[in-house]
Design a protein around this ligand. Sequence first.
Ligand SMILES: CC(C)(COP(=O)(O)OP(=O)(O)OC[C@H]1O[C@@H](n2cnc3c(N)ncnc32)[C@H](O)[C@@H]1OP(=O)(O)O)[C@@H](O)C(=O)NCCC(=O)NCCS
Length: 195
Amino acid sequence: MSAAINLPALTLPITTRRLIIREYATSDTAAVQENVRDTAYWEHHATEPPTPEKISALVLWAVQEQAIKPRLNYYLAATRKDSGVVIGEAVLRITDPLQRQGEFGFGVARKLWKQGFATEMGAALLQAAFSQLKLHRVFAQCAPENKASIRVMQKLGLAREGMLRDVGQARGKWWSSVIYSIIEQEYAKIAKLQG
Ligand SMILES: CC(C)(COP(=O)(O)OP(=O)(O)OC[C@H]1O[C@@H](n2cnc3c(N)ncnc32)[C@H](O)[C@@H]1OP(=O)(O)O)[C@@H](O)C(=O)NCCC(=O)NCCS
């Protein structure tokens, strides 16, 4: 990788109104297991439900990624500012450093849905992606049935690009994926409006 070497690193943690988005530690594994235990969490994911071993490996991977330079994967813990409790995952991935492309994602513990946490996380990730990492295009994707996720992308100002049909098979069926994105100029307008 050549130009990618110049990629800035994200300054963490990121603080929002109610959250601190920070690096994972292996000691967070039990909290992550708890947050993703509900089958509703995986309902719209084209994967098998995660085993405890897979979750442990995921958190370990997230911790190991912290040392990689230049860093492309930020799999982060969203924690409550008041209690420190891990309530979700916030993900930012630089998919093409040369072309300044990135992908973000979010997940919130089932019992806290519909309280604006994913939107709060997503807004923070977009700000980091454009202001800190200087990305040009940031996209997100989910199953077309994942209405809550689509709504969050819309609330964050992303535009629908289209749908990849039957891109993967899991749990006995084919899964499609809708792609939403936002370009740096569009984000700059939104950020300006929000002051
Ligand atoms: C998708 C997810 C992250 C949303 O988290 P959240 O904290 O509830 O999101 P927010 O509260 O910020 O916003 C959710 C929006 O979706 C709406 N919504 C929720 N369920 C909906 C449904 N079934 N149909 C339509 N809209 C729905 C909410 O009303 C809200 O919109 P509003 O503010 O206009 O009322 C959460 O459902 C989740 O963790 N799901 C499992 C993991 C996942 O699918 N992640 C996304 C894949 S990248």
